[in-house]
Design a protein around this ligand. Structure first.
Ligand SMILES: [Zn+2]
Length: 435
């Protein structure tokens, strides 16, 4: 491993992260293969028949879900709806969706949309009463932190685990949201995996992946025989671990969210990191993600086409966008964090005329039903942030680089709670008496 002023105790750089790549966002890269063999149950989309107009469907697709046109190639519009095909030649039909006309059907959802919120008629001190909010602290941590490549240190200083930081924030945030009346639920509240699988179970799948995707690479074929054997064993082990801590873990969390927790809003809690060679991040920024922006390689299987249609038709987008817009603006102001530099590409698109926000297709916000807001403030490899993370949670203020600063965890939790409360209060409070 290269010795730099900061490093993740992993082969992070071998993964080829470029300048300012967000490490948490690597999630989407690895998600394709995991679901490739699954056959979706298309009848699960039947409740959404005739619930969305053609114009709404097309606009949502073009602006948010498939702004690059990747998914539209598999669609054929007809008189009353649209046919979805597995191939661009439109030979293998997967599903037919009928659009709503003037007699739009109402679908029963597990989450409250913007239109449902005014019925809560909440008192001013309990704007979140009647709402179920899931906190999803990112990564497993503990004994799995090194495997997950979320084990971080700068300048040979002490190591910190992102899972620890995320969990501290989640616990502080839970208390704040509960005080405002919310029912708060956790996907996890310790350092145990939610999945009951283990890496060994994925040996065969990982071996197949490595043979098909890595073994044939010219740089790997150019290795000497023993070096190549060792390289492929290492690559297989890494892939087994990835299938466990990323794909299986997030699928298990999704099953928990979708089948048992059934939230009105899910908040995915992370800390960001900037990758810019060996240089520490000079400042801190905020990025908040909502779901969308499928690329050609993320609509290449029936399962992934199904996932896109589910998220589009469940119609969580307007509520998700409104929540993310409000929360990100409050976080930016309260935490004094500027947005990340604009770097939209094929897998990230601007939404909502808000510089903090982007639409991106990551496993969590694809598999979790209902509105999901994915938070990525700070850079762990900013020297002041690193020192604040190592300081842990504390009362009052402490000095860092000549500035008197609060606990970074309270700063984060307070800002998110402020944003969530401000957002819901706009919609849930009962009108004052006499009006
Ligand atoms: Zn993370």
């Amino acid at each position: 491993m290269k010795n730099g002023p900061w490093m993740f105790l992993s082969a992070q750089r071998r993964a080829g992260t470029s300048a300012c790549a967000c490490l948490c966002l690597l999630i989407f890269v690895f998600s394709a293969a995991a679901f490739a063999g699954d056959a979706p149950n298309w009848s699960l989309l039947d409740p959404f028949q005739r619930t969305m107009t053609r114009a709404d469907f097309q606009l949502r697709l073009d602006r948010v879900f498939s702004p690059g046109g990747a998914f539209q190639k598999f669609l054929a519009q007809d008189g009353d709806g649209v046919a979805v095909f597995d191939d661009e030649q439109h030979q293998q039909r997967l599903y037919h969706l009928q659009f709503a006309t003037d007699t739009r059907r109402v679908v029963k959802r597990t989450f409250k949309t913007l239109e449902d919120l005014p019925a809560l008629k909440n008192p001013p001190d309990k704007p979140l009463r009647g709402l179920r909010i899931v906190l999803d602290p990112g990564h497993i941590g503990g004994e799995f932190a090194r495997m997950e490549e979320r084990f971080f240190k700068m300048n040979n200083g002490p190591a910190e685990q992102e899972a620890v930081q995320n969990l501290i924030v989640a616990r502080l945030l839970a208390a704040r949201l509960q005080r405002a009346g919310a029912t708060v639920l956790f996907t996890k509240n310790d350092f145990k995996p939610v999945t009951d699988t283990n890496p060994e179970q994925f040996r065969e799948l990982a071996g197949k992946y490595v043979q098909e995707n890595i073994a044939m690479r010219p740089d790997v074929r150019a290795l000497g025989e023993l070096a190549r054997e060792a390289f492929l064993l290492d690559a297989t082990r890494k892939r087994m671990e990835l299938e466990f801590y990323r794909n299986a873990e997030l699928r298990a969390r999704a099953a928990l969210v979708n089948e048992r927790l059934r939230p009105d809003l899910t908040l995915c809690i992370h800390f960001n990191a900037a990758s810019d060679g060996d240089r520490p991040a000079p400042d801190n920024r905020l990025m908040v993600m909502i779901h969308g922006c499928y690329t050609p390689d993320s609509v290449d299987t029936p399962q992934r086409k199904f996932d896109l249609l589910w998220k589009l038709l469940e119609n969580s987008h307007p509520t998700e966008l409104a929540a993310a817009d409000a929360i990100s603006r409050v976080m930016g102001a309260d935490m004094k964090l500027p947005p990340e530099p604009v770097r939209f590409g094929p897998n990230s698109t601007a939404v909502g005329n808000n510089p903090y926000l982007c639409a991106r297709n990551v496993i969590a916000n694809r598999l979790y039903h209902g509105p999901v807001v994915y938070l990525e403030p700070y850079y762990q490899n900013n020297p002041t942030t690193y020192a604040r993370l190592l300081a842990g949670d504390y009362d009052g203020e402490r000095a860092f680089d000549g500035q008197h600063l609060r606990s970074i965890f309270r700063e984060y939790a307070d800002a998110v709670a402020h944003g969530v409360i401000e957002f819901y209060a706009r919609h849930t409070l009962a009108a004052p008496a006499g009006r």
